[in-house]
Design a protein around this ligand. Sequence first.
Ligand SMILES: C[S@@+](CC[C@H](N)C(=O)[O-])C[C@H]1O[C@@H](n2cnc3c(N)ncnc32)[C@H](O)[C@@H]1O
Length: 327
Amino acid sequence: MTDCTQNAALPLRDQHPAPSALTEQLIAGLSEDPKRVSSLYLYDERGSRLFERICTLPEYYLTRTEIAILDAHGDDIAARIGPDALLVEFGSGASLKTRLLLDRLVRPCAYVPVDIARAALLEAARSITRDYPGLEVLPVCADFMRPFDLPEPRRPAQRSVVFFPGSTIGNFDEPDAIALLERMRQVAGTGGGLVIGTDLVKDVSLLKQAYDDAAGVTAEFNRNVLLRLNREFGAGFVPEAFRHEAVWSDAHSRIEMHLVSLRKQSVEIDGTRIAFLPGERLVTEHCHKYTLAGFAALAAVAGWRVDRAWTDPRGWFGVQYLEPASV
Ligand SMILES: C[S@@+](CC[C@H](N)C(=O)[O-])C[C@H]1O[C@@H](n2cnc3c(N)ncnc32)[C@H](O)[C@@H]1O
């Protein structure tokens, strides 16, 4: 259900699923082998703040590298997007990278940030509204893996372009990644485009450090999922009884974030008991790493054609502009 709330002059479309709607999915994930929770639980208010700290850590090359690419090639990207475009950002978080596009776009007609983390979304939307006077900002709080409505901008757009930075696409296993890219294709329509950031395959030790930093911020970010499950579902996890681990899976070309149970323990969610053996793992996030060719093949299944790809000099990260394959 859509709740259009006037939030300090921001027309927030709140389509956040109710916790009750998520319970069944949560219990199903916790009953799998290995046990899993959706990575969207990483991003509550505290989780979003911890993620912003992660982005500044020396080991987390992703944000710095993607920003450098957007900065170096922003004019080219903006030219491809063209004037009077509607920019729809999936998983917008703090909307920091967005600024690199907004600074270069000609008369963008509106900016629609979409994120599950309501507090971070509103803070970002307010800050963009303040810094880009005249730009219509229409935030949408939603799980982008479920159907949601998009607002209509006051001024009609020449085209709609989806922005999906941060290699967030890598958090989804292939069927979900394809479904999400297909949804973005619908949002963009026939004349639109997609600007997407993808982390690329590289030395495994660099990848493991990026997801297991020396200061322990990623460990805190990971364990925060348990605090959230306690608060929203009364689960009764003891976060200190779990250890953070970043595991590389060669077979799937991905880093997996795990929480490893340090002892025999159990929690209860909506009357269902979930038991953990010592050493048992809870998977909280997958982070797939692509080759440019591998990503192009994935995107092609969802009806996209890579128009242009930019990388950094070390070839660590890719920013790509995609168009519907039929264009
Ligand atoms: C890796 S962060 C990237 C943030 C920002 N785009 C960047 O590049 O720094 C992922 C963002 O996607 C949001 N997110 C993750 N899963 C989501 C979902 N299923 N629906 C909506 N937002 C989601 C998170 O709340 C978070 O803000």
